[in-house]
Design a protein around this ligand. Structure first.
Ligand SMILES: Cc1cc2nc3c(=O)[nH]c(=O)nc-3n(C[C@H](O)[C@H](O)[C@H](O)COP(=O)(O)OP(=O)(O)OC[C@H]3O[C@@H](n4cnc5c(N)ncnc54)[C@H](O)[C@@H]3O)c2cc1C
Length: 577
């Protein structure tokens, strides 16, 4: 590699590109071991996709399990990954993840870098497979006061606008049960009233609510920890080229305030640029439905254009796309905005609740709606394989929409009228009327609902066995008997929202070894160069075994990379699978 032209230079031990969970985890760990760290972020806002996310982490054998009375055997998680990921599992990386994840969480919680609560009933997504957990590996970030960021608050990437009602109020996973029950329980009504009151106060002095939950809470806590430990974060400062010296990566060129700065990194460079979800050209090469000219929506922010991949490849790193799926999928609806644009809304919650089904344009169900979003989208693509557009409709009745909402429309007392006016939500007094409003085959939808309703009254779903495992039931409505995932659609009027394929982030990425070192096509590590988070090929082999399986490994491999940089890890096998 020739050294690109630059003006000015500075030096540090470790240079980290990207300010998502992976980047902060690497930076904080390196700092913990006494190293001098610089973080650079391409965008004017920090936090990346992580700031949009729920911030959930999947951490096998975590120390929260004991207090919840959950016992996990040492080998269970590896057994599960072996069974689920199959021949795409990179065993060395998977072992490194399982060996370090709980230690990382323990260290980070002790240092105050993160704060998590166990979601004790959140089962792995394929809970009947060997080694799967019925709850105990997925953890939800605790809320955080954004005011602790001081002036940095305005540079924290806000959550997706469609996920913040009332102009910037955050609603977390632990708030949702209260939101769903606020018209039935005084305790839940009080919880929601407190959230709204805090939000109203915040709006007098801030551009949005400062009660942070989900990925915003995670990133804010990491950032405050980093700033308190003297780690500089340069915004609007993309890493544009790597610099090598004597056969190792010795730093990088970073664009900052219109100039190119050479940052010497004495110990190593960590790429944590969040993969390539915003790189349409590269995606067309590896996403089969895009290659076939089908439609697709990306959720991650625009800066995630695959810079980490390009940089790693420029140093001889190998792109690894032998994965089950090249990205993490989720169905999204498109919420119309006053200026004519749309904002995506990811459908994680309501699909599997009682009173909902999903159908294609023929009015046919095509998937068990209570299974994971990563299962839903391939099924949607498959059912639409001869259609010009990949789309489906989530359909529900009046009772369900008032109780659980539909997409960006929350439950009662939130008003449906604006969403009906913009045609985001369609309505019909009858199932056939709804079908006509959506352009769905009316005869098909009528038959599907009739066929669904009869067994649904007994809590049964002979077509897809919805509600048949612990994860599906977790997605249902607690206390709804006999099956928490099933109720007939029989209370008019009826409603529907259109969903299309969307993605949470890429799974294909740079080949790395168990130390998070970038490896070349010969399987050998490139000295001084690391890739973590979605820049690295997914340790899950392109599968989605549980909630938190990207951020858990992102932080764990950030931790591993920094410990390797600090000389604290033994050399490991360098071959990737
Ligand atoms: C709505 C939603 C919910 C999700 N919920 C979860 C969840 O609960 N749990 C989970 O595990 N996963 C979840 N995901 C997926 C998860 O958010 C991502 O996989 C993860 O955050 C990626 O982390 P990262 O650190 O690799 O990248 P990011 O968080 O995307 O950070 C990468 C950063 O690098 C910056 N960057 C890019 N190029 C450069 C460059 N050249 N120089 C410097 N900086 C650069 C980007 O601007 C970005 O800020 C969710 C995703 C979405 C969209």
């Amino acid at each position: 590699m020739n050294e690109p032209p630059h003006h000015g230079s500075i030096a540090c031990d470790v240079l980290v590109a990207g300010s998502g969970a992976a980047g902060f985890a690497a930076a904080l760990t390196a700092r913990l071991h006494g190293l001098d760290v610089v973080m650079v972020e391409k965008e004017p806002l920090f936090g990346g996709t992580t700031a949009y996310s729920a911030g959930v982490v999947w951490i096998p054998l975590n120390h929260h399990q004991e207090a919840a009375g959950i016992a996990e055997r040492q080998d269970d998680a590896l057994t599960y990954l072996t069974a689920h990921v199959g021949n795409r599992l990179d065993r060395a990386k998977a072992e490194a993840f399982v060996d370090h994840a709980a230690v990382m969480l323990d260290v980070f919680e002790r240092e105050g870098f993160v704060s998590y609560e166990l979601a004790a009933t959140w089962a792995d997504y394929h809970p009947d497979e060997p080694g799967a957990s019925q709850g105990g590996r997925s953890l939800v970030p605790n809320e955080y006061d954004g005011r602790k960021l001081g002036p940095w608050f305005e540079s924290l990437r806000p959550a997706l606008a469609t996920m913040m009602p009332l102009g910037g109020m955050m609603v977390g996973r632990n708030d949702l049960p209260h939101v769903f029950r606020m018209t039935q329980s005084a305790k839940s009504a009080l919880h929601v009233a407190r959230m709204v009151a805090r939000h109203a106060r915040d709006r007098l002095s801030h551009s949005r609510g400062t009660r942070l939950v989900n990925g915003n809470a995670l990133i804010a806590r990491l950032a405050v920890s980093a700033f308190a430990r003297g780690i500089p974060l340069w915004l609007s400062s993309p890493m544009v080229a790597l610099v090598s010296d004597a056969g190792r990566i010795a730093g990088a060129i970073v664009e900052r305030e219109g100039a190119r700065v050479r940052v010497e990194a004495r110990r190593g460079v960590v790429l944590a640029c969040g993969g390539f979800p915003a790189n349409d050209a590269l995606k067309r090469q590896v996403y089969a439905h895009l290659a076939a000219g089908k439609n697709h929506i990306q959720l991650p922010p625009p800066g995630n254009t695959g810079d980490g991949l390009r940089l790693a490849q420029s140093a001889g790193g190998r792109f690894h796309d032998e994965v089950h799926q090249p990205a993490a999928w989720t169905p999204v609806s498109l919420v119309p905005q006053p200026d004519g644009s749309t904002i995506p809304f990811p459908h994680f919650f309501e699909r599997g609740k009682p009173g909902y089904i999903s159908v294609d344009r023929r009015g046919r169900r095509f998937v068990n709606e209570a299974r994971s979003y990563h299962v839903f989208v391939p099924a949607m693509i498959e059912t639409c394989r001869t259609d010009p557009v990949v789309e489906a409709w989530i359909v529900c009745d009046h009772r369900a929409i008032r109780r659980f909402g539909l997409g960006a429309l929350g439950p009662a007392p939130m008003r449906a009228a604006p969403f009906l006016r913009s045609s985001y939500i369609r309505r019909g007094d009858t199932i056939r009327g709804l079908a006509r409003a959506c352009g769905i085959d009316a005869e098909g939808l009528d038959c599907t609902v009739a066929a669904f309703n009869a067994p649904a009254r007994r809590g049964e779903d002979p077509e897809f066995q919805r509600g048949s495992d612990a994860y599906q039931r977790f997605n249902g409505a607690p206390g709804h008997a006999p099956n928490p995932c099933i109720a007939p659609l029989e209370t008019p009027p009826f409603y529907a929202v259109r969903v299309v394929p969307g993605e949470l982030g890429t799974f294909a990425g740079i080949a790395t070894n168990a130390n998070a070192q970038v490896v070349g096509s010969d399987g050998q590590p490139i000295a001084g160069l690391y890739a973590v988070g979605n820049d690295a090929a997914s340790v899950m082999g392109g599968t989605y075994p549980a909630a938190g399986i990207t951020i858990g490994p992102a932080m764990t491999f950030g931790y591993i990379a920094a410990r390797h940089v600090a000389g604290l890890l033994d050399p490991v096998a360098t071959k990737v699978g």
